[in-house]
Design a protein around this ligand. Structure first.
Ligand SMILES: O=C(O)CC1=CCC(=O)O1
Length: 259
């Protein structure tokens, strides 16, 4: 499939090294709001909506993980960026891992949050079927329940409402097609090919992709470091924004800012 022109936002100095942030299944680029201001002080931060999500197109399927990678490569080309640091959460992390394995010359440093090299396919095939039959709206409360710990959700009802609205706004068929991408993911052979310095982040209480998934990623990539965030569920960047932003900056700045 040809790459789609994904919708994106740029923050930070235009001549700074590029950092691309890739969203999780059901979310959109706004999920990175707590990270963007600090990263944009020294990076050209590009957040985008994965196809089928947010304001990006949702072309007819099927989609593959390589299609999602093609979209990022096309975005880098549109930005005139030969090379970028790339961070992704969950599905965004899977996209980032495949990109780093497939196009090592395009990736400076890699950060993979709450992701997996081999998710349970049936969970996501069932989710795809549910999204096709009833749309994303009835799924939104259960999806968002996995993104935050119960304590954080109870204390932040506005955040829960905003996140549920993101899931509802995803294109129903585009979301289903991305569920099928996740179901088909097997990145275990990709890990050994990744040469980008890699930071892996876990939410210690993530019920969707628990810490053994991130341990497997960190074990498979030479020299990768693993940080566990607690309390934190599937979107630890929202629950522990200072810690996650600090970990990202520490990892990216180790490159001397150069992608
Ligand atoms: O939506 C979920 O339950 C968890 C998830 C898997 C891939 C992703 O991006 O989110």
């Amino acid at each position: 499939m040809t790459a789609v022109e994904v919708s994106y936002t740029e923050d930070g100095p235009a001549d700074a090294p590029v950092v691309v942030l890739s969203n999780s299944l059901g979310a959109a680029r706004g999920m990175w709001d707590p990270q963007v201001p600090a990263l944009a002080e020294r990076y050209r931060v590009v957040t985008y909506d994965t196809r089928g999500h947010g304001e990006s197109p949702a072309p007819a399927g099927p989609y593959s993980l390589d299609d999602l990678v093609d979209d990022v490569v096309a975005l880098l080309d549109r930005l005139g960026a030969r090379r970028a640091h790339v961070a992704g959460l969950s599905l965004g992390g899977m996209t980032a891992l495949r990109l780093a394995a497939r196009e090592p010359d395009r990736v400076g440093r890699l950060a993979v949050l709450a992701s997996s090299a081999k998710p349970d396919p049936q969970v996501f095939l069932d989710r795809a079927a549910a999204a096709r039959s009833g749309g994303t709206a009835p799924l939104a409360p259960a999806v968002v329940q996995r993104w935050l710990t119960p304590e954080h959700a109870a204390a932040h009802p506005d955040l829960v409402a905003r996140l549920e609205a993101m899931v509802v706004a995803a294109d129903d068929e585009g979301y289903a097609l991305c569920c099928e991408v996740v179901a088909a993911v097997d990145l275990r052979a990709d890990l050994a090919r990744i040469t980008a310095p890699t930071l892996v982040v876990s939410g210690a209480e993530d019920p969707a992709l628990p810490p053994p998934h991130q341990q497997l990623i960190a074990d498979g990539i030479a020299g990768a470091s693993l940080v566990s965030v607690s309390p934190g569920a599937h979107l630890p960047n929202l629950e522990q924004p200072l810690e996650v932003t600090g970990a990202l900056l520490g990892h990216l700045d180790a490159a001397g800012s150069h992608a």
